[in-house]
Each structure stands twice: as structure tokens, then as C-alpha cells.
Design a protein around this ligand. Structure first.
Ligand SMILES: Cc1cc2nc3c(=O)[nH]c(=O)nc-3n(C[C@H](O)[C@H](O)[C@H](O)COP(=O)(O)OP(=O)(O)OC[C@H]3O[C@@H](n4cnc5c(N)ncnc54)[C@H](O)[C@@H]3O)c2cc1C
Length: 456
């Protein structure tokens, strides 16, 4: 079995791993085992598929299975799940078409992704209660939407996936209620920034209920009666967006080390603590460059990069993954909402002497059509160490702006370095006083006058 590489999972990390392994070793036997009927598709495109702006589920598939089989000589097996790893005998137990058998490996890459959290509440096993983690989940919900059978929907969870779902369903004409247990939407933002997102969600007609829990659901004919807070609502469907955990049990159950969230721990070449078993993607807690320790930050670009490194390393090449800084952007109706590094709340929870500086700028020159507000929050220490940023505003420029800070964090730049950054300017793209630089100047002023009041 020495030369067979087995990859468990055909998502972003798994197919990147298999493709990188093929480039590294043209002779290696590579088998990818994928439980669902799809591989190599854009999970991140699901909200737009549900909204209808992406017409067909097939449009989300980056390459068809035949591409991997014929062009890359990767033996991709769909509807094939792995139920057990035997790290001593180096084989996995595979279920396909109701039959179980063993498949040996020389090296193994676990890319089993994330699993949605399902609250243990009555009635949530109903077919009208959806989690959105696979294309098959999305296809079932889209069928109901296309049949005109979702006039009202409850979204449970006001994180980024919950809000993406709220937007998609509202675009399909559904009356959307979102319940969120915390007192803000997007708990991974600082509350003043989350308040801007909340305003937008309410402005767009979503019935948003904060500090409100789902208690259960009950089927009534074609509908569901749900108990939320002290009220009872009747809706056509429920979407659970109550968080994601690493789907790590396959490797963790046979001894692979995990962090306290249950995500697999790996070295810089994506090796787990099991011999010749690598892991990549959402099932892993990679090194976080600002925290200086592993952290569970399940996002697409990191999954692809980790997969590539795992594939090269598992095929005998040399590659390392330097870690993440936790950069993400999401569209919430007309707002782009982005973060990188640590929020103020996260930095303080780490015991860092952090403060936050906020600046309000414009997306373009104020006289140029389409210019709108851009709010930037920089998180830093009083002596000028950059720790993170959040940016909320209109237009495509928000993603570009967070990426500037992400690169600054990765390079270990200070607030003063950011002030000096030579960023581009033209009226259609940015104001001459770029909002990120406005925030950096204000933060730098704090660092150079440390006794001045702290902007929190
Ligand atoms: C609705 C939605 C929107 C998102 N939007 C964004 C975004 O805009 N930006 C962003 O950065 N990230 C986004 N993400 C997160 C991003 O999609 C993930 O970080 C990324 O898909 C992780 O890739 P992965 O390969 O680790 O896991 P996955 O893509 O989940 O792939 C894991 C695969 O493993 C398979 N599998 C699991 N267990 C087994 C088993 N035992 N045997 C065989 N196969 C198995 C699963 O079927 C699955 O196909 C979004 C996620 C969702 C759900």
C-alpha cells in the first residue's frame, strides 16, 4: 500500500490536496472518498443559488468528477463514506452502495470539513428543518422555494451564514424571522460594528429578534409551529444556522490530538499526531498568526491552502502552511461586512492590552456617484501593535480594505507602518483620505500620545 494516497472528503481542502499531490508525484495512486453526490463545488455559493442569482446547482461545481478522473488521474468516488480509520494497520473502512470494505493507504489526508450544530430540541428532525452544509441540503430547500412553498421562514442564528440565508430567502419573497440568542448579530464582530449590520437587516424588513431562543418545533399539516422566546410562530420552513464544529471524530476517535473545540491539531506540514495521517480544512485548528496558537477559523481560502500543503507533504514533497489571520467578508443586503485578526472583545479575552479606534470614511470620492459610508475599526495596543480590523460599508472596496489590513497583520506591520502605506487612489475607487488610513492615523495618534483618552 506504500504508494496509495487516500483523501477523505472531496470539498475545497480534499480536492486541493488531491490535485497538489498529483502535481507533486505523477505516479502516485490517489483515491478521494466523498460521502455526498458532489465534489469540488463552491459551498460559499449556496446562498446565491438559493436566492436564484445562481441558476443551477451544477453552476457551483468547479470541475466535474470526470475532470479529476480523466485529466488528473484522481480516483474520485462519490457516495462513498469512511466510517473508521485503523492507523496501525493503515486502512480505512469504506461504505459504498450498502457494502463495507477496507482500503489500505500509505498516507491519508482527512478533510471531513465542518458539521452544523443541531440544538437538541424537539421537532428539529422534520424535513422542513434545514441545515445548510451540503449542496444536497441546498437543493432540497431550493426545490421548496421553486415550488412556491416557502412564504415564511424562521432562521435560527444571526451569524454570517444565518444572515446570508435571511437575505437569500427574503430575495425569494419569503417573510423572514431571525432569532439570535445573543444580544447582537454576528457575535464575531464587536458590538458597535454589529449594530451597523443589525440596522441594515432591520431596514430590509427582516423580523430580527435578539436575545431570543428557539425552544422547539412541531409539524402542523404543511407547516411548522415553532416556539421562539415566549411566542409561537407558524412558518413554512426553519433554517438552522447555529454554528459549525470541526467534523473531526473520524481521526479524533482513534487518537488524533484536538484542541478544546474538538478541531484536529496539525504541524506546519498539516500532519496530525497519527502516523502518516494529514488533515486540512474546516476539521482542523490551524496556527493563528495573531494569537500565536491554533484556532478554529473555518473559512474557504484557508481550506484550499491547507489542502494544497497537505497534498504536497503527503505525496513526499515539501511545503508548510504559515497559518491564518482570520480574514472574512460577507454580503449582508447592501452592506459588505469584513473582519481580520482579533476583535477588541477577542483581544481583551486573550489578556492583550487592546483598544479600538474607529473612523468613518467614504467608499469613493464624495462627489463621485455611488459614494457611501465606510466604517473602519482598528484593534491595536496603545503602543501601536496592530491586532485586527473590522470594516463595514457599501461597495466592493470593503473586501479590498480588509485585505490590506490582513496583509499588514501577516507581515507584522505596526499601526505606524499602516499609516505610511502607499495605497491607490482614484475617485471611482477610493477617497483621497482612504478610510483604513484615517483609522490608522487616529490609532497612531493614540500610540504617540499614550496619555490621551482611549477610543474604545
Ligand atoms: C452556506 C455557507 C457559506 C459559506 N460562505 C463562505 C464564504 O463566503 N467565505 C469563506 O471563506 N467561507 C465560507 N464558507 C465556509 C467554507 O465553505 C468552508 O470553510 C470550506 O468549504 C471548507 O472546506 P473543507 O474542504 O474543509 O470542508 P467541506 O467543503 O465541508 O468538505 C468536506 C467534505 O467531506 C465530506 N465528508 C465528511 N465526512 C466524510 C466521511 N466520513 N467520508 C467521506 N466524506 C466525508 C463531506 O461530504 C464534504 O463534501 C461557507 C460555508 C457555508 C456552509
Amino acid at each position: 500500500m506504500g504508494s496509495r494516497l487516500v483523501v477523505v472528503g472531496g470539498g475545497a481542502a480534499g480536492m486541493s490536496a488531491a490535485s497538489a499531490a498529483r502535481r507533486t508525484d505523477p505516479a502516485l495512486e490517489i483515491v478521494v472518498l466523498e460521502a455526498s453526490g458532489y465534489a469540488a463545488y463552491g459551498l460559499c455559493g449556496i446562498p446565491y443559488y438559493l436566492a436564484g442569482s445562481v441558476t443551477s446547482a451544477d453552476d457551483l461545481v468547479a470541475y466535474p468528477p470526470t475532470f479529476f478522473r480523466d485529466r488528473r488521474r484522481i480516483d474520485l468516488r462519490l457516495h462513498t463514506s469512511v466510517s473508521h480509520i485503523d492507523p496501525e494497520r493503515r486502512h480505512v473502512t469504506v461504505s459504498q452502495d450498502g457494502h463495507e470494505r477496507r482500503l489500505g493507504y500509505g498516507s491519508l489526508i482527512v478533510t471531513t470539513g465542518g458539521r452544523p450544530v443541531r440544538p437538541p430540541l424537539p421537532g428539529l428532525d422534520d424535513e422542513r428543518v434545514f441545515t445548510i452544509r451540503t449542496l444536497e441540503d441546498a437543493i432540497s430547500l431550493r426545490c421548496l422555494l421553486d415550488a412556491g412553498r416557502v412564504g415564511s421562514v424562521l432562521v435560527v442564528g444571526g451569524g454570517y451564514i444565518g444572515l446570508e440565508m435571511a437575505e437569500a430567502l427574503a430575495e425569494r419573497g419569503a417573510a423572514v424571522t431571525v432569532v439570535e440568542a445573543e444580544n447582537q448579530v454576528m457575535p464575531n464582530l464587536d458590538s458597535p460594528v454589529a449594530a451597523l449590520v443589525e440596522q441594515e437587516v432591520r431596514r430590509r424588513g427582516v423580523d430580527l429578534r435578539l436575545r431570543t431562543m428557539l425552544h422547539g418545533a412541531e409539524r402542523i399539516g404543511d407547516q411548522l409551529a415553532v416556539r421562539v422566546g415566549t411566542q409561537r410562530l407558524v412558518v413554512d420552513a426553519v433554517v438552522l444556522a447555529t454554528g459549525v464544529r470541526a467534523a473531526s471524530s473520524l481521526a479524533a476517535d482513534v487518537g488524533a490530538k484536538t484542541d478544546d473545540t474538538g478541531a484536529l491539531l496539525v504541524d506546519s506540514a498539516m500532519r496530525t499526531s497519527l502516523p502518516d495521517v494529514f488533515a486540512a480544512g474546516d476539521c482542523v485548528a490551524p496556527h493563528h498568526r495573531v494569537l500565536g496558537r491554533p484556532a478554529f477559523v473555518p473559512l474557504g481560502p484557508a481550506a484550499n491552502k491547507m489542502g494544497r500543503v497537505a497534498g504536497i507533504a503527503a505525496a513526499g514533497g515539501s511545503a508548510t502552511f504559515p497559518g491564518v489571520v482570520g480574514t472574512a467578508v460577507v454580503k449582508v443586503f447592501d452592506l459588505a461586512v469584513a473582519r481580520t485578526g482579533l476583535t477588541l472583545a477577542e483581544a481583551l479575552a486573550e489578556g492583550l492590552p487592546a483598544v479600538a479606534t474607529d473612523a468613518l470614511g467614504k467608499s469613493r470620492a464624495k462627489y463621485y456617484p455611488g459614494s457611501g459610508p465606510v466604517h473602519v475599526r482598528l484593534v491595536h495596543t496603545n503602543d501601536g501593535r496592530l491586532l485586527g480590523a473590522q470594516v463595514v460599508g457599501v461597495g466592493d472596496g470593503v473586501a479590498k480594505r480588509i485585505d490590506v489590513v490582513a496583509v499588514a497583520l501577516q507581515a507584522g506591520l505596526s499601526v505606524a507602518d499602516l499609516v505610511a502605506a502607499d495605497l491607490s487612489y482614484a475617485p471611482p475607487y477610493a477617497p483621497v483620505y482612504e478610510p483604513v488610513l484615517l483609522a490608522a492615523q487616529a490609532a497612531d495618534a493614540l500610540a504617540t500620545q499614550p496619555d490621551s483618552p482611549v477610543a474604545a
